[in-house]
Ligand binder design. Structure first.
Ligand code: PLP
Length: 223
């Protein structure tokens, strides 16, 4: 595993796909997901030129944060968060990608000492195992979340089923993009909905082709 080579090839690939999709090559931010590696390896990866770092679990996020907090990174919590753990972590988080319940949002709002940039997780594929709001409930959800001062909804996050085909991935990501554009048009207070967090190692090409502005990549950095 050569971290610098992997980093360079992932960044080049993301730029190439963005340009092929008629997008600006710097319109997609790459979150390096370090959940598979220890703090030392994460530090080496950061030294290759990483700005955005992501973890999916509270304990591992806090380990990495302690080790790397002086590195001027942007910190992303990408996995689901239990309400009782919000107070332990939320003030170290710049972006939270898995907002999936009103109660969780209320707890974040209560504990946060700065505005937390959040992505609403939506279950576009309707897989039973996936977290996230159903599209049909979003109107009610937004009218509750509008009341919360410390939550800013920057966009939508979705995950595609592991076994989805190329066509299914395109359908899921395209539907998420449409929904994001509809929500953006509403111009709700504290809800710009300008961003789309979608795409992982195996499906980031389809995600970028359909408007992803943040991709969350782990495995491909460490192969
Ligand atoms: C692990 C993880 C990723 C990265 O997945 P890879 O397939 O390793 O690139 C992205 N998003 C979430 C929510 C994750 O938990």
């Amino acid at each position: 595993m050569n971290l610098q080579q992997n980093k360079d090839s992932i960044f080049r690939s993301v730029e190439r796909i963005a340009e092929k999709s008629n997008r600006l090559k710097n319109s997609v931010k790459i979150i390096a997901v370090t959940k598979y590696v220890d703090c030392e390896t994460a530090r080496q990866l950061v030294n290759t030129g990483i700005q955005h770092i992501g973890e999916n679990r509270v304990d591992k996020f806090l380990d990495k944060y302690q080790a790397l907090k002086n590195e001027n990174l942007t910190w992303h919590l990408i996995g689901s968060l239990q309400r009782r753990k919000v107070k332990d972590i939320i003030n170290y988080v710049d972006y939270f990608h898995a907002l999936d319940s009103i109660k969780l949002a209320q707890e974040i709002d209560k504990r946060a000492e700065h505005v937390i940039q959040c992505f609403l997780q939506v279950n576009i594929s309707k897989e039973a195992s996936k977290h996230g709001f159903q599209v049909e409930e979003l109107d009610d959800v937004l009218s509750e979340l509008e009341k919360l001062e410390n939550i800013r909804l920057v966009g939508l996050m979705t995950m595609a089923p592991f076994e989805a085909s190329h066509d299914e991935l395109n359908q899921i990501f395209e539907a998420t993009h449409q929904l994001q554009k509809e929500l953006q048009k509403k111009q709700l207070k504290n809800m710009p909905f300008t961003d789309l967090s979608m795409g992982m190692s195996r499906d980031y090409p389809e995600a970028i082709a359909n408007g992803a502005t943040y991709v969350r990549i782990g495995t491909a950095f460490f192969e």
